[in-house]
Design a protein around this ligand. Structure first.
Ligand code: NAP
Length: 475
């Protein structure tokens, strides 16, 4: 079995202790990755700090050219990467290829953005002065990434942080560290100077504690659960450590009477079942207006029954396994709880009778607000649907959540679309669009879905300090 090394200060490093990586389709271990302890993480921070002055001194174009070389490597190896993503995460191969394409696009977008980290000159208030606003890199950035999009969510942090002139240490999720190890190979192939990018793995708590306590680590960027995000906020108090947090979500999908119903069904299918429902922007509540409720349910349940579920390498598979037994059990509990609260099970609802953590794609109708799945993230291919009457009612219900990451609506009414844009409490809003994320536009949450934004110009700004320089020129 292949044991993947870490990447520390320009060298691939093997250690005795490893993490075993399981394929959730077969439940078998297929690879291992080496781990390090807190003292070695402190050394990585010191090495990243030492690498910072030379990296920041490069022109933005030169840093961008390095990112483009990494992108070229990823693209050249995209099929190999996609197979590994499917092995460690379970998602269908075509979706892993989609994740590769988006990772490459993020790298190329931020390679160009490096050249556009503009400051500005501000008209003076007082004679004899000139005011400049300048942007400078922060220093060592620590990135902690989750397992559901193991490559692209890491790249969303690494690319802008490096483009801005920072050095980066990545700690990937223990369930899916192999594509991160392969990313380190691409960094090596692109010949980045030593210490500019490093990969660590091991106890998440210990590694994060070093990032939090070490004053040389200037920023932590995290994607994961709201619970861990909250613990990072508490830990950040000591050093007043800046945090970017991409946390949980509970997206509503709203289908109005006037929607193109087929497009709404298609959009709801994508928002719910892509990535086996294990996406932070996955729909968790589908509200359908009374006039089209029965028709929507009929079409949506029919299409859900047709979804082929299985090993991500099987031809035609659209839904893979859950990441582990715990994820599967949580989904089964949510289904049982909804039925106990009076929901109707239209299809699915059971673990599949095969090896692996497979759940039948599930549709629940008439789900009452009291059911756990209407407030907690299910993170599975389980779609709770319920009817609504008016715009005001559904906007209020959509906003009744601790989360505010994404929301979707299907309508042909432009006035309604503008009201939704203004009133829905979500960082990303898809109107007649189930796949809104793109490199050029900001992505992130409000309320307990997080702090800050990734992607777009905002994604670059998250890794830059803003300074005001007042020049006394006497002219
Ligand atoms: P998680 O358990 O919070 O883990 C995320 C990362 O944090 C992993 O690398 C994990 O390492 C690490 N971690 C675990 N405990 C930690 C601690 N005490 N201190 C610091 N780091 C720690 O989340 P997950 O289960 O991987 O991901 C699912 C969650 O992420 C969902 O809530 C989902 O909505 C959210 N998510 C949000 C976004 C977004 O952009 N807003 C995107 C994707 C996912 P180990 O794996 O080693 O435990």
């Amino acid at each position: 079995m292949k044991v993947y090394p870490l990447y520390l200060n320009g060298k691939f490093v093997t250690t005795q202790k490893t993490i075993r990586v399981v394929n959730p389709s077969s439940t078998e271990v297929f690879a291992e990755i080496c781990t390090i302890d807190r003292a070695a993480v402190a050394q990585a921070v010191a090495d990243a700090h030492a690498a910072f002055p030379a990296w920041r001194a490069l022109t933005a174009k030169a840093r961008g050219d390095f990112l483009k070389k990494i992108a070229d490597e990823l693209e050249r190896r995209r099929e190999e990467f996609a197979r590994v993503i499917t092995m460690e995460n379970g998602k269908p191969l075509a979706q892993s290829m989609g994740e590769m394409a988006m990772s490459v696009d993020h790298l190329r977008w931020f390679a160009e953005e490096a050249r556009r980290a503009y400051g500005r000159i501000v008209p003076q208030q007082t004679d004899g002065k000139r005011h400049l606003v300048v942007k400078t890199p922060m220093g060592v950035v620590a990135a902690i990434s989750p397992w559901n999009f193991p490559l692209v969510l890491a790249v969303r942090k690494i690319a802008p942080a490096l483009a801005a002139g920072n050095t980066v240490i990545l700690k990937p999720a223990s369930a899916t560290p192999i594509c991160a190890a392969m990313f380190a190979e691409c960094v090596e192939a692109a010949k980045l100077p030593k210490g500019v990018f490093q990969l660590v793995a091991g106890s998440a708590r210990e590694i994060a504690q070093e990032f939090l306590d070490n004053p040389l680590c200037r920023k932590i960027t995290f994607t994961g659960s709201t619970e861990v995000g909250r613990s990072l906020i508490q830990g950040a108090a000591k050093e007043i450590k800046p945090l970017s947090l991409e946390l949980g979500g509970h997206a509503p999908v709203i289908v109005f009477d006037d929607a193109d119903l087929d497009a709404a069904v298609e959009g709801a299918m994508i928002t719910k079942f892509r990535n086996t429902g294990q996406s932070c922007i996955a729909s968790n509540r589908i509200y359908v207006q009374r006039g089209v409720y029965d028709k929507f349910l009929e079409k949506f349940a029919a299409q859900t029954r047709m979804l082929k579920t299985g090993d991500g390498f099987e031809e035609g598979v659209l839904v893979g396994p859950l990441i582990n037994e715990e994820g599967l059990n949580k989904a089964l509990e949510h289904i049982q709880d909804a039925v106990t609260h009076g929901a109707k099970l239209l299809c699915g609802g059971k673990r599949m009778n095969r090896k692996g953590y497979f759940l039948e794609p599930t549709v629940l109708a008439d789900v009452p607000t009291a059911a756990a799945c209407m407030t907690e993230e299910t993170f599975a291919p389980v779609a709770p649907v319920c009817p609504f009457n008016s715009d005001d009612e559904v906007i209020e219900r959509a906003n009744q959540s601790q989360y505010g990451l994404s929301a979707y609506a299907f309508t042909r009414d432009l006035k309604r679309a503008f009201r939704l844009m203004e009133l829905l409490e979500a960082g990303t809003i898809g109107i007649n669009d189930g796949v809104p994320t793109t490199s050029q536009c900001p992505f992130g949450g409000i309320k307990q879905s997080g702090w800050g934004r990734e992607l777009g110009v905002e994604g670059m700004d998250a890794f830059l300090e803003t300074k005001h320089v007042s020049l006394g020129l006497g002219i």
